[in-house]
Design a binder for this molecule. Structure first.
Ligand code: 5AD
Ligand code: FES
Length: 346
């Protein structure tokens, strides 16, 4: 291990320059050593348990126009759909039978999902399944909206920060979106009492080791409960169609580094990682991740929630996805548990 890696393992922190140099100086040998350290830290806290979240993609309508995303509003070819509350509850019923104890409601920023509708839905889910956590991943909303949803029973909120560098943020988003507002939302979610998840894409256009170093510094300071990172994968109908995709190698390296920075963090091995490598999710777990998020959306709509090209699991029934992931985790010595899977803060 080089000096930086030794320091990271003992102090769980590096300077901004330190993170940048660590990324630039990485080798396969270093990655392997950090993965071992990361796996040991995770094992101390979570044993061999991998938590599952049932992902329900509730709407492919989005008022935003992020340059990387396949469901951006300017993509006229995207087929749009939204699930109604009955359909969402049916996904939860199926998910509960399959052993899910967390439901993630994810969607584009869609005005159909008013506070009133969502509050009713969350109350219904919580009434049927008081032992389950509800996670929302519905983009930016106002403080009052976040508060009302929390008061109705939502437990967690995922809102990737996408990049912790304001000028990089401006290269990934149209001018009406701002880094400041994204960060304001994250602070508000935390203040309200949510378990909060941030995250970013690995290998997003214009990202260098410097931007990633800023992401790592942000994670070190914000100490999120969850952190979603996955490779950028181009979508054929976006301005970034010709940009190179992120790599499994760097994504796994960063999963290990994030585990070392913030040992208790809930870290998913993402669908995007499984999309660019058939064994990507297994590799992510081995590098230090401890969460997987199989798809619980109705099969008829899955193809339409196409954030990037060639997304996996779009033809599979929920039960197939669940079983597939169980088998994959067992093949590498881990087991999926039917638990809410809250963060264990030491
Ligand atoms: N490649 C990888 N991840 C993407 N996301 C959106 N578009 C892409 C893409 N082309 C991620 C963003 C968003 C999350 C829901 O999906 O980080 O926050
Ligand atoms: Fe969905 Fe394998 S996880 S089919």
């Amino acid at each position: 291990m080089n000096d930086l890696a030794v320091k990271l393992c003992s102090e769980h922190s590096l300077s901004l320059d330190g993170y940048e140099r660590l990324i630039k100086s990485r080798t396969p040998e270093l990655a392997e050593k950090l993965a071992k350290e990361a796996a040991a830290l995770r094992k101390n806290i979570y044993g061999n348990d991998v938590y599952v979240r049932g992902l329900i993609e509730i709407s492919s309508y989005c008022k935003n126009d992020c340059f990387y995303c396949g469901i951006r509003r300017s993509n006229r070819e995207a087929e749009r759909y939204r699930l109604n509350p009955e359909e969402i509850l049916a996904c939860c019923d199926e998910g509960y039978r399959l052993g899910f104890r967390t439901f993630v409601l994810q969607g584009g920023e869609d005005g159909y999902f008013t506070d009133e509708l969502l509050c009713g839905l969350i109350l219904d889910i919580k009434e049927r399944y008081p032992d389950c956590a509800v996670t929302l991943s519905l983009g930016e909303r106002g403080y009052d909206s976040f508060k009302r949803l929390f008061d109705s029973g939502a437990d967690r909120y995922l809102l990737r920060h996408e990049t912790a560098d304001p000028s990089h943020y401006a290269k990934l988003h149209p001018p009406e979106m701002s880094y400041e507002h994204r960060m304001k939302c994250l602070r508000e979610l935390r203040d309200i009492g949510y378990q909060v998840g941030c995250g970013f894409m690995v290998g997003s256009p214009y990202q260098t080791a410097r931007e990633i170093a800023r992401d790592l510094k942000f994670i070190e300071e914000f100490k999120p409960d969850m952190c979603g990172i996955g490779p950028f994968v181009p979508h054929h109908n976006t301005p970034f169609r010709d940009m190179p995709k992120g790599t499994v190698e760097l994504t796994c390296f960063l999963l290990s580094v994030i585990r070392l920075i913030h040992p208790p963090v809930l870290l998913p091995s993402t669908t995007a990682l499984g999309t660019i490598d058939p064994l990507g999710r297994e590799k992510g777990i081995k590098a230090g991740a401890n969460v997987v998020m199989p798809n619980l959306s109705p099969v008829e709509v899955r193809k339409k929630y196409e954030l990037y090209d060639n997304k996996i699991c779009t033809g599979d029934e929920s039960a197939q996805c669940r079983n597939c992931l169980s088998a994959r985790m067992e093949s590498i010595g881990y087991r999926i548990v039917a638990a809410r899977g809250d963060i264990i803060r030491q």
